[in-house]
Design a protein around this ligand. Structure first.
Ligand code: SAH
Length: 346
């Protein structure tokens, strides 16, 4: 497969260009795209509305990659964690959080992560590499084979905006009416706060944006999330304000609550002030404890107090329940192949 191209790395437009380069008609791209993403075709032979001749030619210059989970762990609450082995031996994880009629799939965008957030298990390991477009979309293709996926969130391993080109391509495939046909309302990209890339994302695709805020002063955020030293709160919130939100949509601010660190009413007050000029909702995420970090989860009363304070200020707030904690599938617990490194060093 050395010099063959993986068709799953192409958006529809890029597939058109590729086919044009081979002297083929443009409309073929749409047909092939539908085979890839609506019928989950694994081979060119399956593409029966395409001539044998073209199928043979395609097979000479291109291939169709796919991922199959190496393991699937199922949590007591039904959350499923998929471990995928990549062609180069690295591995990544995706998590499916089933809910009656709106299962959410949380996918990874990188192997490891370079953001080094102090509280995040992925962040305590080194960055290995960006995922390709194909590796990102294939997580969705694989899980769709065995479960209905309603929402897709880029909240797994990695910082999606640090892999912007591939994430944008993957988003275009995921929301394309000729591709995976997800409504753009059901797709969310979560960022630690890469300000220039937020602007670029907003120009390219109209998906939902979530921003991991996690602290309300630069002093604390500098410590928790080193990215804040590059793009401090004022710049980050200005970028949120500029973000081209479609009508009636809001930016989600994720706020990981850590016991005694950022869970006071003063934090809540500052939070309200910071986001007051932005159409915003808040996701409170009780810190998930892990062996990589001495922080503790907040007291239930602290969560309730902050939750109620935000509600009283008319802010839409949800406190995220810690789904999948028993299989290390909860927020900030994904580590892919790094699992091995960890158990080897124990
Ligand atoms: N890099 C992106 C997406 C991955 S993290 C981002 O930073 O948004 C997804 C969410 O998990 C982020 O909001 C992050 O703050 C949160 N998170 C990380 N570690 C956590 C932990 N141990 N407990 C709870 N949430 C955590």
């Amino acid at each position: 497969m050395d010099n063959k191209v993986d068709l799953k790395n192409f958006t529809l437009e890029e597939l058109e260009v590729f086919l044009a380069g081979q002297g083929k008609e443009k409309y073929r791209a749409r047909q092939i795209f539908k085979w890839l993403y609506q019928k989950d075709a694994a081979t060119f032979e399956e593409m029966t509305n395409i001539s044998k001749e073209l199928r043979r030619e395609l097979a000479e210059s291109a291939f169709i990659s796919s991922l199959a989970p190496e393991t699937v762990e199922v949590s007591r609450d039904g959350t499923r964690k998929y471990l995928f082995r990549l062609a180069d031996g690295n591995s990544i994880e995706s998590v499916l959080i089933p809910e009656e009629d709106r299962s959410t799939l949380c996918i990874s965008s990188q192997v490891g992560c370079a953001m080094a957030c102090e509280f995040c298990l992925t962040g305590t390991f080194k960055f290995t590499r960006n995922l390709t477009t194909a590796e990102i979309v294939n997580q969705v293709c694989a899980v769709k084979r065995e479960a209905e996926v309603r929402n897709v969130v880029f909240m797994g391993m990695g910082e999606p905006l640090a892999n912007l080109e591939n994430v944008i391509r993957a988003l275009k495939i995921i929301i394309s009416p000729d591709g995976m046909q997800f409504s753009s309302r059901r797709v969310t990209v979560s960022t630690a706060g890469l300000v220039p890339e937020m602007g670029l994302l907003g120009k390219e695709v109209a998906v939902n944006l979530a921003v991991s805020l996690n602290a309300t002063t630069d002093e604390l955020r500098d410590r928790l999330m080193p990215v804040n030293r590059r793009y401090p709160l004022a710049e980050l919130l200005a970028a949120c304000k500029r973000f081209p939100l479609p009508a009636r949509r809001m930016i989600t601010f994720e706020y990981v609550m850590i016991n005694g660190v950022n869970d006071s009413i003063d934090d809540a007050k500052r939070l309200v002030r910071l986001i007051s000029h932005i159409p915003a909702k808040v996701n409170l995420i009780p810190f998930n404890e892990h062996e990589g970090c001495s922080y503790r989860k907040p007291e239930q009363e602290a969560i309730d107090r902050v939750h109620k304070f935000l509600l009283d200020k008319h802010i839409t707030v949800i406190t995220r329940s810690s789904r999948g904690a028993d299989i290390s599938a909860a927020c900030g617990q994904l580590k892919g192949k790094l699992e091995k490194i960890c158990s080897n060093s124990e």
